[in-house]
Ligand binder design. Structure first.
Ligand SMILES: *[C@@H]1O[C@H](CO)[C@@H](O)[C@H](O)[C@H]1NC(C)=O
Ligand SMILES: *[C@@H]1O[C@H](CO)[C@@H](O)[C@H](O)[C@H]1NC(C)=O
Ligand SMILES: *[C@@H]1O[C@H](CO)[C@@H](O)[C@H](O)[C@H]1NC(C)=O
Ligand SMILES: *[C@@H]1O[C@H](CO)[C@@H](O)[C@H](O)[C@H]1NC(C)=O
Ligand SMILES: *[C@@H]1O[C@H](CO)[C@@H](O)[C@H](O)[C@H]1NC(C)=O
Ligand SMILES: *[C@@H]1O[C@H](CO)[C@@H](O)[C@H](O)[C@H]1NC(C)=O
Length: 486
C-alpha cells in the first residue's frame, strides 16, 4: 500500500523568488504574489486527428506548456468532447479521468474547472473506483467509464475511454485542475480493464486486453500505437516557477523530443519489465514469451549524496534490485526508509532516526543528491533539495523534499520514486516502443540533466543576496502528494 510519511506536511508555506524580493510577512501577500507568478497555458490551436492502428510511421507530434500550482501540481490542458479543461500530469498511474457535473462532493463543488456534462456520457461499459495515495488517508475517484474525443498537445483521438467521475475526495480536483491524466502503461489501466471485461465478457486470458489497447487503452498508449506519431514517445520537463521564474518552460511534448534537444545528448535505459510473478500481466496465448512493462521504472546503479555513494537499504524487499519510478504525480523524492534516514543524518547530525521533523541545515551549505542511471550521474538541483525553514530567514533551510516510501512489493518493485524535484532538474523522455510485442522494440526512458554545473554557487549567491534583502529566496514546502495508483 502507499506510504504516507509523517515528514510531509499539509500546510504550505509560500515564499517569494528573490527576483521579486520584498519582505513578505503575511501569508496572504505571499499567496497573491505567487498567483501572479503562476504560469498560465493556452490550448494549442492546431488539432490533428490520430487514427486508430493505421500502422504507418507518421509525422505527427505536438507540444503544450504546463500549468503549475506552487511547483507542486503540474497540469496539462486537455479537451474531452466539448469541454476544455486541465488535468494533472501523472506518469505514475494509467487512467484518465475528469469530474462530471454529477459530482457534488466537497472537492467537486470547489473546482473552478468545467465538469464533463453527464448528459454527454456515452457509456463504454462498467464503472471504476480509482484509488490514489495523495493524502494521509488516500483518496478515491469513482464513476462510469465513458468515451469521447480527447485532444492533448494538438493531437486528438476519437472514442477515448475515460472515467466521468461522479464522486471523489481527491485533491487533484483543485488548484486549476479537474482530474488526472495517467501516462502509465496499459497494464496499469483500470479503465481499459473495465472496458475490455465488459466488451469481451470477462475474458480469462490477456489476449483481448493486449489486442484491445489500440482501441481502448490509455490515451498516449493509443497515440503511440496509432503509428501516426514521429516516434512512439513523449517527453516531460517541469518548470520551476517559485524559486526561479526565469527558468525553463515546462512542457509535455508528444511524438518527439522537445525542439532543440538532440537525441544523442540523452542517456537511454530500458524500462523494467514485470512478469506475472512480479505482479505484471500474464502473457497472451499469441505471444507466450513476451514480458510487458507495467510502470515507467528503470534500474539505477546508485544514489549519491554530496559525492558519497549511499549505503544500500537493508529493509525487506531491498533484494528486488535498485530501481526508480519516474513519477510526475509525486511532489517529492521518495526512497527506502533506512537510506532516507541516512541521508537526513548526513544533512544534520542532530537528526534522530524516525523523527517526525525533517532536519535543518544552513542554507548557505547546499546538498547534492544524485542518481546514477545508465552510467551517468543525474543530480537533483540543490534548490529542489531544500526549503526555507521560516519565511524571512535565509540562514536555516530544511531537508523536506526527500521522504520515505514503502519497501518494494509485487506490482511496485521500485525502491525510489523520483518525483517533481527530479523532473525540474532533468528532461525525461518516455519511449513506448511496441506495446503488443515489447521484445521487438522495448520501452525505454531517456534522461538529460538540466542542472547547471555551478548550481551550488547559484544557491549560495541567492542565499547571500536573500540575507542582504530581507531573507527571502523562495521555496514551497512539499505537501503529501503522490498519485501512484494503489
Ligand atoms: C449528491 O447527490 C446525490 C445524488 O446524486 C445525493 O444522494 C447526495 O445526497 C448529494 N450530496 C450532497 C452533499 O449534496
Ligand atoms: C477519501 O475517501 C476514502 C473512502 O473512499 C477515505 O478512506 C479517505 O479517508 C478519504 N480521504 C480524504 C482525504 O478525505
Ligand atoms: C519560455 O517561454 C517564453 C514565452 O514563450 C520565452 O520567451 C522564453 O524564451 C522561454 N524560456 C526558455 C528558457 O525557453
Ligand atoms: C535515441 O537514441 C537511442 C539510443 O541510440 C535510441 O534507442 C532511441 O530510439 C533514439 N530515440 C529517438 C527518439 O530518436
Ligand atoms: C545496511 O547494513 C550495512 C551492514 O551493517 C551497513 O553498513 C549499512 O550502512 C546499512 N544501510 C543503511 C542504509 O543503513
Ligand atoms: C510490433 O511488432 C509486430 C511484430 O513484429 C509488428 O507486426 C507490428 O507492426 C509492430 N507494431 C508497431 C507499432 O511497430
Amino acid at each position: 500500500m502507499a506510504s504516507f510519511s509523517t515528514l510531509c506536511i499539509s500546510v504550505l508555506v509560500l515564499l517569494l523568488d528573490l527576483n521579486f524580493a520584498s519582505p513578505v510577512n503575511s501569508p496572504e501577500r505571499a499567496v497573491s504574489a505567487l498567483a501572479q507568478a503562476k504560469r498560465s497555458f493556452d490550448l494549442p490551436i492546431r488539432r490533428t486527428a490520430l487514427s486508430e492502428g493505421s500502422w504507418k510511421r507518421g509525422t505527427d507530434s505536438g507540444s503544450t506548456g504546463l500549468g503549475d500550482f506552487l511547483d507542486l501540481f503540474y497540469m496539462v490542458p486537455i479537451t474531452i468532447g466539448e469541454i476544455e479543461t486541465a488535468v494533472i500530469l501523472d506518469t505514475g498511474s494509467s487512467d484518465l479521468w475528469v469530474v462530471s457535473d454529477a459530482c457534488n462532493s466537497t472537492v467537486c463543488e470547489n473546482t473552478n474547472m468545467p465538469p464533463y456534462p453527464s448528459a454527454d456520457i456515452k457509456p463504454a461499459g462498467g464503472s471504476v473506483t480509482l484509488l490514489y495515495g495523495d493524502s494521509s488517508t488516500g483518496t478515491h475517484a469513482s464513476g462510469p467509464v465513458a468515451q469521447d474525443v480527447a485532444a492533448i498537445a494538438g493531437l486528438s483521438m476519437s472514442q477515448q475511454p475515460f472515467a466521468a467521475i461522479s464522486d471523489t475526495n481527491s485533491t487533484a480536483v483543485m488548484h486549476g485542475s479537474n482530474g488526472i491524466f495517467g501516462l502509465g502503461f496499459p497494464s496499469g489501466s483500470q479503465v481499459q480493464a473495465t472496458v475490455i471485461d465488459a466488451r469481451f465478457n470477462n475474458p480469462s486470458t490477456t489476449d483481448d486486453f493486449i489486442l484491445g489497447t489500440v482501441d481502448d487503452g490509455p490515451l498516449l498508449s493509443r497515440f503511440a500505437m496509432s503509428g501516426s506519431l514521429e516516434q512512439p514517445m513523449f517527453s516531460v520537463m517541469l518548470q520551476r516557477d517559485i524559486i526561479d521564474v526565469s527558468g525553463s518552460n515546462g512542457s509535455l511534448t508528444v511524438g518527439k523530443l522537445p525542439d532543440g534537444i538532440d537525441n544523442s545528448s540523452l542517456t537511454w535505459v530500458p524500462v523494467r519489465l514485470y512478469g506475472p510473478a512480479d505482479g505484471g500481466l500474464n502473457p497472451p496465448q499469441f505471444a507466450p514469451d513476451e514480458i510487458y512493462p507495467f510502470r515507467w521504472e528503470v534500474p539505477i546503479e546508485g544514489v549519491i549524496l554530496d559525492g558519497q555513494v549511499l549505503p544500500a537499504s537493508n529493509l525487506s524487499g531491498s533484494n528486488s534490485g535498485l530501481s526508480a519510478l519516474l513519477d510526475t504525480g509525486n511532489s517529492v523524492i521518495r526512497g527506502p526508509n533506512d537510506v532516507v534516514d541516512y541521508v537526513l543524518t548526513q544533512v544534520s547530525s542532530a537528526f534522530a532516526d524516525n523523527s517526525d521533523a525533517a532536519p535543518t541545515f544552513p542554507c548557505s551549505a547546499p546538498h547534492d543528491l544524485a542518481f546514477q542511471i545508465g552510467g551517468k550521474t543525474f543530480p537533483v538541483d540543490p534548490r529542489d533539495f531544500m526549503s526555507q525553514n521560516t519565511p524571512g530567514d535565509a540562514s536555516t533551510c530544511v531537508a523536506d523534499h526527500v521522504v520515505a516510501t514503502d519497501p518494494p512489493r509485487p506490482g511496485a518493485l521500485f525502491s525510489w520514486s523520483l518525483g517533481d524535484p527530479f523532473f525540474k532538474s532533468n528532461l525525461v523522455a518516455f519511449y513506448y516502443g511496441n506495446l503488443t510485442y515489447p521484445s521487438v522494440d522495448p520501452p525505454r526512458i531517456g534522461f538529460l540533466s538540466m542542472v547547471p554545473v555551478n548550481a551550488n554557487s547559484i544557491v549560495q549567491s541567492d542565499v547571500a543576496q536573500a540575507q542582504a534583502n530581507g531573507g527571502m529566496f523562495g521555496s514551497a514546502h512539499p505537501i503529501c502528494f503522490e498519485l501512484d495508483d494503489l
